[in-house]
Design a protein around this ligand. Structure first.
Ligand code: MN
Length: 206
Protein backbone atom coordinates (compact mmCIF):
# COMPACT_ATOMS: atom_id res chain seq x y z
CA UNK A 1 0.00 0.00 0.00
CA UNK A 2 1.30 3.44 -0.92
CA UNK A 3 -0.32 5.34 1.92
CA UNK A 4 -0.71 4.57 5.61
CA UNK A 5 -2.30 6.27 8.60
CA UNK A 6 0.38 8.19 10.53
CA UNK A 7 0.62 7.85 14.31
CA UNK A 8 -0.09 11.00 16.29
CA UNK A 9 2.72 12.32 18.47
CA UNK A 10 0.22 13.02 21.29
CA UNK A 11 -2.75 11.27 22.91
CA UNK A 12 -6.29 11.79 21.65
CA UNK A 13 -7.07 13.66 24.89
CA UNK A 14 -3.98 15.88 24.71
CA UNK A 15 -5.67 18.80 22.95
CA UNK A 16 -8.51 19.12 25.44
CA UNK A 17 -10.35 21.31 26.22
CA UNK A 18 -9.88 22.83 22.76
CA UNK A 19 -10.57 19.61 20.84
CA UNK A 20 -12.10 16.67 22.72
CA UNK A 21 -10.62 13.17 22.82
CA UNK A 22 -13.81 11.84 21.22
CA UNK A 23 -13.43 14.09 18.17
CA UNK A 24 -9.72 13.30 17.88
CA UNK A 25 -10.37 9.55 18.03
CA UNK A 26 -13.11 9.64 15.39
CA UNK A 27 -11.27 12.16 13.24
CA UNK A 28 -7.98 10.26 13.17
CA UNK A 29 -9.00 6.59 13.38
CA UNK A 30 -12.15 6.81 11.21
CA UNK A 31 -12.14 9.89 8.98
CA UNK A 32 -8.42 10.08 8.21
CA UNK A 33 -8.27 6.29 7.86
CA UNK A 34 -11.05 6.43 5.25
CA UNK A 35 -9.02 8.88 3.15
CA UNK A 36 -5.96 6.62 3.34
CA UNK A 37 -8.02 3.61 2.27
CA UNK A 38 -9.72 5.61 -0.48
CA UNK A 39 -6.41 6.79 -1.93
CA UNK A 40 -4.94 3.28 -1.93
CA UNK A 41 -8.13 1.94 -3.47
CA UNK A 42 -8.09 4.53 -6.26
CA UNK A 43 -4.47 3.64 -7.11
CA UNK A 44 -5.33 -0.07 -7.14
CA UNK A 45 -8.28 0.50 -9.47
CA UNK A 46 -6.09 2.61 -11.77
CA UNK A 47 -3.57 -0.23 -11.95
CA UNK A 48 -6.42 -2.61 -12.86
CA UNK A 49 -7.57 -0.22 -15.57
CA UNK A 50 -4.08 -0.09 -17.10
CA UNK A 51 -3.87 -3.87 -17.00
CA UNK A 52 -7.23 -4.42 -18.67
CA UNK A 53 -7.01 -1.42 -20.95
CA UNK A 54 -10.51 -0.43 -19.81
CA UNK A 55 -10.45 3.23 -18.79
CA UNK A 56 -14.25 3.64 -18.69
CA UNK A 57 -14.08 4.77 -15.03
CA UNK A 58 -10.99 6.94 -15.30
CA UNK A 59 -12.78 10.24 -14.59
CA UNK A 60 -14.24 8.90 -11.36
CA UNK A 61 -10.92 7.36 -10.34
CA UNK A 62 -8.97 10.56 -10.93
CA UNK A 63 -11.50 12.49 -8.85
CA UNK A 64 -11.39 9.83 -6.13
CA UNK A 65 -7.60 10.00 -6.00
CA UNK A 66 -7.56 13.79 -5.76
CA UNK A 67 -10.18 13.76 -2.99
CA UNK A 68 -8.79 10.93 -0.89
CA UNK A 69 -5.10 11.73 -1.33
CA UNK A 70 -5.98 15.35 -0.60
CA UNK A 71 -7.69 14.22 2.60
CA UNK A 72 -4.69 12.12 3.61
CA UNK A 73 -2.23 14.95 3.00
CA UNK A 74 -4.41 17.59 4.66
CA UNK A 75 -4.94 15.59 7.85
CA UNK A 76 -1.28 14.49 8.03
CA UNK A 77 -0.27 18.17 8.01
CA UNK A 78 -3.05 19.23 10.38
CA UNK A 79 -2.06 16.78 13.16
CA UNK A 80 1.50 18.10 13.19
CA UNK A 81 0.31 21.72 13.05
CA UNK A 82 -1.29 21.07 16.46
CA UNK A 83 0.26 20.35 19.84
CA UNK A 84 -0.71 20.42 23.51
CA UNK A 85 0.66 23.35 25.52
CA UNK A 86 1.20 25.30 22.32
CA UNK A 87 -0.38 28.41 20.82
CA UNK A 88 0.77 31.92 21.48
CA UNK A 89 2.40 33.78 18.62
CA UNK A 90 5.09 32.83 16.10
CA UNK A 91 8.69 33.86 16.61
CA UNK A 92 11.72 34.50 14.45
CA UNK A 93 11.41 34.18 10.69
CA UNK A 94 7.75 33.16 10.73
CA UNK A 95 6.87 36.20 12.80
CA UNK A 96 8.85 38.44 10.44
CA UNK A 97 7.22 36.89 7.35
CA UNK A 98 3.73 37.24 8.82
CA UNK A 99 4.43 40.93 9.45
CA UNK A 100 5.90 41.38 5.97
CA UNK A 101 3.09 39.72 4.03
CA UNK A 102 0.04 40.46 6.21
CA UNK A 103 0.98 43.67 8.01
CA UNK A 104 0.84 42.25 11.54
CA UNK A 105 0.04 39.06 13.40
CA UNK A 106 -3.39 40.42 14.33
CA UNK A 107 -4.15 41.23 10.68
CA UNK A 108 -2.99 37.76 9.63
CA UNK A 109 -5.15 36.16 12.32
CA UNK A 110 -8.22 38.17 11.31
CA UNK A 111 -7.69 37.29 7.63
CA UNK A 112 -7.11 33.57 8.36
CA UNK A 113 -10.17 33.41 10.61
CA UNK A 114 -12.41 35.18 8.10
CA UNK A 115 -11.23 32.91 5.28
CA UNK A 116 -11.75 29.78 7.40
CA UNK A 117 -15.19 30.81 8.67
CA UNK A 118 -16.28 31.97 5.24
CA UNK A 119 -15.82 28.62 3.50
CA UNK A 120 -19.08 27.68 1.82
CA UNK A 121 -19.49 23.96 2.51
CA UNK A 122 -16.57 21.80 3.60
CA UNK A 123 -12.94 22.80 3.38
CA UNK A 124 -9.84 24.17 5.04
CA UNK A 125 -8.28 27.50 5.87
CA UNK A 126 -4.67 27.33 4.68
CA UNK A 127 -1.57 29.46 5.11
CA UNK A 128 0.63 28.60 2.15
CA UNK A 129 4.00 29.49 0.73
CA UNK A 130 3.64 30.62 -2.89
CA UNK A 131 7.01 29.95 -4.55
CA UNK A 132 6.14 31.96 -7.67
CA UNK A 133 5.58 35.22 -5.80
CA UNK A 134 7.96 34.10 -3.02
CA UNK A 135 5.40 35.03 -0.40
CA UNK A 136 2.93 33.70 2.11
CA UNK A 137 -0.73 33.65 1.08
CA UNK A 138 -3.98 32.50 2.68
CA UNK A 139 -6.19 30.16 0.66
CA UNK A 140 -9.62 28.59 1.06
CA UNK A 141 -9.24 24.91 0.19
CA UNK A 142 -12.61 23.48 -0.85
CA UNK A 143 -13.42 19.90 0.13
CA UNK A 144 -10.00 18.19 0.19
CA UNK A 145 -8.62 19.30 -3.16
CA UNK A 146 -10.13 22.41 -4.71
CA UNK A 147 -9.58 26.14 -5.09
CA UNK A 148 -5.84 26.37 -4.46
CA UNK A 149 -3.05 27.18 -6.92
CA UNK A 150 -0.74 24.44 -8.16
CA UNK A 151 2.62 24.37 -6.43
CA UNK A 152 1.66 26.31 -3.32
CA UNK A 153 3.01 24.63 -0.21
CA UNK A 154 0.84 24.38 2.92
CA UNK A 155 2.42 25.70 6.11
CA UNK A 156 -0.55 25.81 8.51
CA UNK A 157 -4.05 24.54 7.90
CA UNK A 158 -7.30 24.33 9.79
CA UNK A 159 -9.93 21.69 9.15
CA UNK A 160 -13.31 23.40 8.71
CA UNK A 161 -15.28 20.25 7.93
CA UNK A 162 -18.13 19.76 10.40
CA UNK A 163 -16.62 16.45 11.52
CA UNK A 164 -13.71 18.45 12.93
CA UNK A 165 -15.74 20.47 15.44
CA UNK A 166 -19.45 19.67 15.54
CA UNK A 167 -19.42 17.36 18.59
CA UNK A 168 -17.65 20.05 20.63
CA UNK A 169 -18.92 23.32 19.20
CA UNK A 170 -22.11 22.46 17.27
CA UNK A 171 -22.88 25.35 14.91
CA UNK A 172 -20.63 27.89 16.68
CA UNK A 173 -17.72 27.65 14.29
CA UNK A 174 -16.15 30.87 15.54
CA UNK A 175 -15.47 29.33 18.98
CA UNK A 176 -13.68 26.41 17.33
CA UNK A 177 -11.50 28.77 15.32
CA UNK A 178 -10.75 30.84 18.43
CA UNK A 179 -9.76 27.67 20.31
CA UNK A 180 -7.48 26.62 17.44
CA UNK A 181 -5.02 29.43 18.24
CA UNK A 182 -4.38 27.82 21.66
CA UNK A 183 -3.03 24.62 20.07
CA UNK A 184 -1.11 25.87 17.03
CA UNK A 185 2.34 24.28 16.98
CA UNK A 186 4.40 27.24 15.80
CA UNK A 187 7.59 25.14 15.90
CA UNK A 188 6.07 22.87 13.27
CA UNK A 189 4.96 25.90 11.24
CA UNK A 190 8.52 27.26 11.38
CA UNK A 191 9.96 23.96 10.12
CA UNK A 192 7.46 23.82 7.27
CA UNK A 193 8.14 27.45 6.38
CA UNK A 194 11.88 26.89 6.22
CA UNK A 195 11.51 23.73 4.10
CA UNK A 196 9.03 25.41 1.73
CA UNK A 197 11.26 28.42 1.12
CA UNK A 198 14.28 26.25 0.34
CA UNK A 199 12.38 23.96 -2.03
CA UNK A 200 14.47 24.07 -5.21
CA UNK A 201 11.79 22.27 -7.21
CA UNK A 202 9.60 25.33 -6.94
CA UNK A 203 11.78 27.05 -9.54
CA UNK A 204 10.40 24.63 -12.13
CA UNK A 205 6.87 26.00 -11.72
CA UNK A 206 7.16 28.92 -14.13
MN1 MN B 1 -11.08 16.28 8.80
Amino acid sequence: MSYSLPELSYDYSALEPHISARIMELHHSKHHKAYVDGANNALAQMAEARESGNFANINRLEKDLAFHLGGHVNHSIFWTNLAPDAGGTPEGEVAAAVDEFFGSFDAFKAHFQAASLGIQGSGWGVLSWDPVGARLIIQQLFDQQGNTAQGTIPILQLDMWEHAFYLDYQNVKADYVTAFWNIVNWDNVAKRFEAARSNAGASLLV
